[in-house]
Design a protein around this ligand. Sequence first.
Ligand SMILES: Nc1ncnc2c1ncn2[C@@H]1O[C@H](COP(=O)(O)OP(=O)(O)O)[C@@H](O)[C@H]1O
Ligand SMILES: [Mg+2]
Length: 224
Amino acid sequence: MLYLRNLIYHPTASPTAILKAINLELAPQQMGLIVGPSGSGKSTLLEILAGLAHKTAGQICWRDQELTPEALQRLGGLVFQFPERHFCGHTVLEELRLGHPELNSEKIYQALEAVGLSYLSLQAGPHTLSGGQQRRLALAVQLIRQPYLLLLDEPTAGLDWSMRRQLVNLLAKLKQDWSLLVVSHDAEDLAAIADRCWTLSQGELQIADPASFASGATSPQPAV
Ligand SMILES: Nc1ncnc2c1ncn2[C@@H]1O[C@H](COP(=O)(O)OP(=O)(O)O)[C@@H](O)[C@H]1O
Ligand SMILES: [Mg+2]
């Protein structure tokens, strides 16, 4: 169970806090979805939860334990927006083994299987894969580390309709084994499989009903 309590991020370079007293709970085997417009603080929140940026105040806890950035780096697996732009292996095998030369072929097969890519040649070049396959490979790169929490930044951005649907189906399957926290500017598709939803607006998080994003309501409704 992930708990955020009054999480604040206010770097000195910014006149106002970028994340303002965020409170959030996410249970295992749940998918949480945070929807907010560009610049609302979504990527910043994921970077903090992945231990890549340091909070200014508040608590990040897993069960009853408060987590340091180092613990967050072990616990979380962050898939960046457009992860395929960061591929640096020459082959699928190299991409999966980066930083983990000890991984045996069974672990590699399991990770590819989990994302529906077990049919791929390990010698294929990551850049020769389709957009949907590349997103799956980026997920496998994180799954192989066995994180407790998968953090996904705009996972459907730039994919066509059919690839988006396949990716949403894959995330629905992955949440059976992992906790997922997904951020997106576009709730369409993803809201259907989310267990918890929030909107993020100028660093303020508010609980939202997943159903409110259904039937074409693609952006958070303004508060009245
Ligand atoms: N270390 C920092 N110093 C100053 N501003 C920052 C810092 N990190 C993020 N920001 C600002 O915070 C805002 C939110 O950015 P971001 O998290 O990328 O939003 P989103 O992912 O929702 O588009 C942006 O205006 C960005 O410039
Ligand atoms: Mg972003």
